[in-house]
Design a protein around this ligand. Structure first.
Ligand code: XIL
Length: 360
């Protein structure tokens, strides 16, 4: 009788241990990237899609502490026609971010590709009007979301695709390089608490471009322009050397600004940085390629942690986070696999590589 009771208690204890084991394994499974990171991790989203797609929403809530709109907050979306702002999607992003306790990042106030046609036409004819519009637009917009949008890409892609010269956009041609300093000043007046970023691409690989941007930052700081952050888009290719990326990030961090890896993805194929300019080098992806991509993602997380001082770690944002939705394919007319989730929304080796880089 005693023997049976002892066996029974042992069985109970073993079952309990097994049960606890399962539960903790479950909660381990439930952990997302954000649980492995000491800085914000974000994703770019299109709000109408997120509100309709529960699987996508689940990925966001599991992994991210920050979101950026892929296009819903660009000038052509907010000011599609003269005299009319269209706030509905930005309002919806604010509501979603507040409901789910996510940081909302504002992308972007001034960008040549985001400028609507009517602004281009009117601004080309009248510089005074353009300067006035820049101020009114930024102050209406940033003012409306004061305290709700944590930070802004104030100017996006203000430098030429290659080399270290200012991009000759409508803004530059009509207002001179001062449009950049002014945009920062207007934004700061509207929300003194918001972090204000300059954002651009290829800075991790094009040293001449990086040097141009670093020089601009020095000048802006010398003029007391309220810039607090530098965004590097990090649309990477597998063949960009890790040592070059590391060296570039070290230089960015030396500005003392907050550093945002603002649009991370890693492609296998290549392109010439123009719409439709993709070159298909690989027609399919192999397990070996996925493993190499995982190592690259791991390295990106490590470089960020090792080269950016903690107080400057604004975060890492993925630009689309599923191979189903990636902008790379339609934009460059390619078939590529640049993100951390596959086409069926399953985490790829890249996901686990990045997670490893965050946790080590
Ligand atoms: C892209 C969006 O992802 C696409 O959906 C859109 O068609 C074009 O713009 N750099 C940027 C982003 O700063 O705004 C771009 O987003 C990708 C490149």
């Amino acid at each position: 009788m005693q023997k049976t009771a002892a066996a029974y208690s042992t069985l109970m204890i073993l079952s309990l241990i097994f049960f606890i084991g399962c539960v903790s394994e479950k909660s381990e499974e439930k952990k997302g990237l954000k649980d492995f990171s000491s800085f914000p991790i974000g994703g770019a989203v299109e709000i109408r899609q997120v509100l309709q797609d529960t699987a996508l929403e689940a990925i966001i809530l599991e992994n991210f502490t920050s979101i950026t709109a892929t296009s819903d907050m660009k000038m052509y979306a907010i000011a599609p026609e003269e005299g009319n702002y269209k706030w509905d999607r930005a309002d919806s992003l604010v509501a979603f971010s507040q409901r789910n306790d996510l940081r909302l990042f504002g992308h972007t106030l001034v960008w040549h590709s985001g400028t609507p046609r009517w602004v281009f036409q009117k601004g080309t004819e009248d510089s005074l009007w353009l300067d006035d519009f820049l101020k009114t637009y930024i102050q209406d917009y940033v003012g409306r979301y004061k305290g709700k949008v944590a930070a802004w890409d104030v100017v996006n892609e203000g430098f030429d695709t290659q080399g270290g010269e200012y991009r000759k956009t409508l803004w530059y041609n009509k207002l001179g390089k001062e449009y950049i300093a002014n945009a920062f000043r207007y934004a700061h007046e509207a929300d003194p608490e918001a972090d204000l970023f300059y954002n651009d691409f290829n800075l991790e690989r094009d040293t001449a471009k990086l040097n141009g941007v670093l020089k601009m930052i020095e000048e802006l700081k010398a003029d007391d322009v309220p810039i607090t952050g530098l965004g590097v888009q990090m649309h990477l290719r597998m063949d960009i050397p890790d040592s070059l990326i590391r060296e570039s990030v070290r230089k960015m961090a030396a500005t003392g600004l907050k550093i945002h890896f603002s649009e991370l993805d890693i492609i296998f194929n290549t392109h010439d940085d123009t719409r439709g300019g993709g070159e298909q080098l690989y027609s399919s992806v192999t397990p070996k390629m996925l493993e190499q991509q995982a190592q690259k993602y791991e390295m990106v997380a490590k470089i960020y942690k090792e080269e950016v001082p903690v107080s400057q770690q604004f975060g890492i944002t993925f630009w689309d986070f599923t191979d189903r939705d990636t902008w790379i394919n339609p934009f460059f007319d390619l078939k590529d696999w640049p993100t951390i989730y596959d086409e069926k929304l399953e985490p790829k080796p890249a996901y686990f590589g990045f997670r490893k880089g965050l946790s080590e």
